[in-house]
Design a protein around this ligand. Structure first.
Ligand code: FAD
Length: 670
């Protein structure tokens, strides 16, 4: 069993910790850097930025991804934008405000020191990306443009239409490509990490499978960085790319890395509703749309009239009613629950009543009216002009909505419903972004670090790039300085051999089952259990049920799954089978974490712990009935789980969260 968790947060005033830490951090002499080999698993924003920056510093970098090109990482899907405390709008933003908004947005379940550093570094990210040629939207005068995102009352989100992730990734990828070209980074696409290798308790390499030939091989290094993204696909249906998985993180967990807050899942309020039981993917409608789109449902239950037939007086703009200070830009956890509440009351729209409207008409009229000569135009002309402005801001999102639903968001309100989107939980890391396994670092969505129980919109890109461009390059030296250069174990070391054998045995076992159900059958079933029992709302009863159903499903998987084909060539079913096998174990850990956290906070909504109409906080107008109720006395901590074996219960460790500057308070957006 591991000892106490040391977060290694530097001493001193909050706003000086990072500068002080960088100064006190160990440096590696430039001539020695090339003697150190660093493995980066992942080439999304976190991995690509880390691999490029470390190689630029002089380290010998190997980078792995399972796509055919680093630029296909899931980060490419990010739509709405990236936050930074530049205060270009002069609307009162500052590093401190971004820090405060993020801590509050995470419902006071994140580390102050990490979040403050993130806010500090945010301003550098924008400069770095502009220097790389990222085409952020600009104002007429040339300054970078901003829009608002949930949980903030300032405009601090930088964007490139609805394709911000794509543009940022192309920026990081261009640096990475240059270094691949110069030989400083060796890139391994279509290569899946299946084991972490520890030698004398330190991370010293990985075992991978070539996804085209099926060859299993080992790679040794002086440090291993996992930037392998989030695990929202444990729910089967999510806004994540289909390939997103937990495998790398979970295999590291089984080798001793603690998994922190696995139950902290983000449900995004505005996704295209599920349309049928054989759907395999959900689509996000970016939060940026809530800058101009208003959420509403009919006031009357079961109102089946078309949206334009429902007069203003018979509509409920529920977010504006419930959270007047933030309105449609209430944070995601709150906006999602509010949408669900309306649908549960029978006021949802569309098939099955699982939808709310996201309506742009008012904004289009406003934009049209404010255009030159627009005031004198009639409503149809104003709408037409306003639609052009809305198109310029979010055109690709409207196109996507149209392609999927065959409805035009310009002509009628979009229909949206909450869906799984992001995972705040991840491998536990200290202030250096090192896990409890020496030499194993974790970046981006794969770690648990900065977002607490709820991530604010446009903060994931910020965190991934902060981790890769600015934090790991400064902190990895603290570990490498303790490692003798050029002394890493060779891949014929017994630990590598054993890990390779385990990988091959597992692959062969999956192929040999020859059962009757497909991998997707099992994944879909797991997803339903997770969504119904550990999704947007959880109870002791539902979680206990899930904890008995997931192991049963897992046992059936290992007896009855059918993985066609062989292990010696491209085999998509085999890839999926390995990932689903991990989800079937990891899902249980999520439910256990959700069960043990007997409070509600952020995206973790335990129905037993919520404000009711009788509570003084509701009566005084601070929160609404149905809002989450934290228990700071007993749960103001990070829960970090230790794997103890396939048949034994994991151990729950805690890292207390100490607030020196922000005082946890009732989280109010009213
Ligand atoms: C639709 C959508 C829109 C979003 N929009 C925004 C937004 O506007 N703003 C914002 O801040 N956030 C947004 N997010 C969240 C954000 O995109 C992600 O959190 C972020 O991009 C994750 O980056 P990452 O580098 O950590 O991981 P990823 O981009 O997921 O990259 C993971 C990498 O790890 C590799 N990998 C994984 N497992 C293995 C393995 N076993 N072996 C080898 N390689 C492996 C993959 O190949 C990939 O290269 C959005 C998310 C979604 C789903």
């Amino acid at each position: 069993m591991i000892g106490s968790l040391n977060s290694n947060i530097p001493s001193g005033p909050l706003d000086q910790k990072w500068e002080k830490h960088k100064f006190e951090s160990k440096l590696i002499n430039p001539a020695n850097k090339r003697k150190y080999s660093v493995i980066v698993v992942g080439s999304g924003l976190a991995g690509a930025s880390a691999a490029a920056t470390l190689a630029e510093l002089g380290y010998a970098v190997k980078c792995f991804c399972y796509q055919d090109s680093p630029r296909r990482a899931h980060s490419i899907a990010a739509q709405g934008g990236i936050n930074a405390a530049k205060n270009y709008q002069g609307d009162g933003d500052s590093v401190h405000r971004l820090f405060y908004d993020t801590v509050k947005g995470g419902d006071f379940r994140s580390r102050e020191a990490n979040v403050h550093r993130l806010a500090e570094v945010s301003v550098n990210i924008i400069d770095q990306c502009v220097a790389l040629g990222v085409p952020f939207a600009r104002e007429y005068g040339g300054l970078l443009a901003n829009r608002s995102f949930g949980g903030a009352q300032v405009s601090r989100t930088f964007y490139a239409r609805g394709q911000t992730g794509q543009q940022l990734l192309l920026g990081a990828y261009s640096s990475l490509s240059r270094l691949i070209g110069s030989g400083a980074v060796k890139m391994f696409p279509r290569t899946e990490m299946l084991e972490l290798v520890l030698v004398d308790g330190h991370a010293k390499g990985i075992v991978v499978r070539d996804m085209v030939t099926g060859a299993v091989s080992s790679h040794s290094a002086d440090a291993v960085i996992l930037a392998t993204g989030g695990y929202g696909n444990v729910f089967y249906l999510s806004t994540n790319a289909k390939g997103c998985n937990v495998t790398a993180a979970y295999r590291a967990h089984k080798k001793g890395a603690l998994f922190a807050n696995p139950c902290f899942t983000q449900i995004h309020p505005t996704c295209i509703p599920v349309a049928g039981s054989y759907q395999s993917k959900l689509t996000l409608m970016s939060e940026s749309l809530r800058n101009d789109g208003r959420c509403w449902v009919p006031l009357k239950k079961g109102d089946t009239r078309k949206p334009h037939e429902i007069p203003e007086t018979e509509r409920d703009y529920y977010l504006e009613r419930m959270y007047p200070a933030f309105g449609n830009l209430a944070p995601r956890d709150i906006a999602s629950r509010a949408a669900k509440m309306q649908c549960d009351e029978g006021r949802g729209v569309g098939p099955g009543g699982f939808g709310v409207y996201l309506d742009f008409k008012d904004s289009m009229i406003r934009y049209g009216r404010n255009s030159p000569g627009g005031e004198s135009l009639g409503e149809p002309e104003q709408l037409a002009r306003g639609a052009e402005k809305v198109k310029a801001l979010y055109g690709n999102l409207f196109d996507m909505y149209h392609q999927i639903t065959a409805e035009s968001g310009y002509e009628q309100p979009m229909r949206v419903y909450p869906a799984v989107h992001y995972t705040m939980g991840g491998l536990w890391v200290d202030y250096n972004l090192m896990s409890n396994v020496p030499g194993l670092f974790v970046l981006g969505e794969a770690n648990f670090s900065d977002h607490g129980a709820n991530r604010l919109g446009a903060s994931a890109l910020m965190q991934g790039l902060a981790d890769g461009y600015f934090i790991i390059p400064s902190t990895i030296g603290n570990y490498l300085a303790t490692v003798a250069p050029d002394k890493r174990p060779k891949t014929d070391h017994a630990e590598f051999r054993a890990a390779e054998e385990a990988t091959k045995a597992r692959t062969n076992k999956l192929l040999a089952i020859k059962g009757k159900k497909t991998v997707d059958d099992f994944h879909r079933e797991l997803g339903l259990i997770m969504w119904d029992m550990c999704g947007m709302a959880r109870t002791e009863k539902s979680l206990s049920r899930a904890l008995s159903r997931v192991p049963t499903l897992r046992a059936e998987f290992w007896e009855n799954v059918n993985v066609p084909g062989s292990g010696e060539s491209l085999n998509v079913s085999l890839e999926k089978a390995g990932r689903v096998a991990d989800f079937l174990e990891f899902g249980e850990l999520m439910c256990l974490d959700a069960l043990e956290r007997r409070e509600s906070c952020g995206g973790h909504f335990r129905e037993e712990f919520q404000y009711t109409a009788k509570d003084p906080e509701v009566q005084s107008g601070k929160v609404c009935a149905g809002d989450v109720r934290r228990d700071d006395e007993n749960f103001c901590h990070v829960a970090a789980w230790e794997y103890t074996g396939d048949t034994t219960k994991p151990i729950r460790h805690t890292e207390p969260l100490v607030y020196e500057v922000v005082h946890p308070a009732v989280r109010s957006y009213r």
